[in-house]
Design a binder for this molecule. Structure first.
Ligand code: MF3
Ligand code: CO
Length: 263
């Protein structure tokens, strides 16, 4: 992560739009298929079929960063209830009221896009789940609204963090958003709280993945014995919302919105 942020050319941004729409449509379609009884390994297989069927490549299968054990080996992150980040798909059938996060990044035309959604499977268990999901979505919108040429990364972090802490949630600063481009994880790192007026100055052609996530009553994570899945230390439930955006001449464009065909 020492290299300076990648600035995309207009043709590259055009390809980023294609990748972004693909990621969003796959997530939307998985959200519609996921039901009580669906196995996380089914979701992983459906993701694999859609990624490869679209002529895209997984950013996850061979990914072996320092924060995980060996290559991820799967096509999508599936995090249930107290699991929040890097959820490794495993043999588990969804039950009524599960809070599911799907996080997907793929590469197509040489450009990556990354997005995550959280939602309830079946009947909601408590209003707190919906409130937590809505808070990460609002924080994401606030981060996007702050993104424009001349703004600094700290302005986005501050906008995101104000919504999260304003709603009463603790914020973990170990994992946050990131630059993205020809690879999934790039500089700059975007913590989910921070001081305005600090950090890298945004410019047109920069792609960012913003990803507010929270745990109901703690900022502390524990790693699952699988070596990948990160869970809340208290067992509390969690939520995560992520979009990839492109900085444009006038503001920011969300690249990971589902197209009309799927929405
Ligand atoms: N897409 C995730 C992010 O939002 C990273 C997942 S890495 C994996 O940054 F290896 F767990 F897949
Ligand atoms: Co990301």
């Amino acid at each position: 992560m020492e290299r300076s942020p990648q600035i995309l050319t207009p043709p590259e941004v055009a390809r980023a739009r294609v990748t972004g729409a693909l990621v969003a449509d796959i997530l939307q379609s998985l959200r519609q298929r996921a039901a009580v009884g669906t196995n996380l390994l089914d979701i992983d297989r459906w993701a694999q079929e859609m990624i490869l069927g679209a002529g895209a490549q997984s950013c996850y299968v061979d990914y072996a960063p320092s924060f995980g054990r060996g290559p991820f080996g799967h096509y999508i992150c599936t995090a249930v209830n107290d699991a929040v980040l890097h959820g490794l798909p495993h043999d588990y059938a969804l039950t009524d009221g599960d809070l599911l996060t799907l996080d997907l990044a793929v590469l197509k035309g040489g450009i990556a896009a990354d997005s995550a959604i959280s939602f309830i499977v079946g009947r909601p268990k408590s209003p707190e789940d919906a409130a937590m999901i809505a808070t990460t979505e609002h924080a994401l919108q606030a981060g996007i609204a702050a993104a424009r040429p001349g703004a600094r990364i700290g302005d986005l972090s501050h906008a995101i963090g104000s919504v999260l802490s304003g709603a009463g949630y603790p914020i973990n600063t170990d994992f946050g958003g990131h630059g993205i481009g020809s690879t999934m994880h790039q500089d700059p790192h975007i913590t989910n709280t921070g001081r305005p007026g600090r950090g890298y100055v945004l410019r047109p052609g920069l792609l960012l993945a913003l990803e507010p996530w929270i745990m109901a009553d703690t900022a502390k994570l524990v790693t699952d014995p699988d070596g990948w899945t990160l869970r809340s230390a208290t067992g509390a439930r969690t939520a995560h919302s992520e979009h990839t955006i492109a900085i444009t001449d006038s503001g920011a464009e969300i690249l990971t919105l589902p197209t009309a065909a799927v929405a």
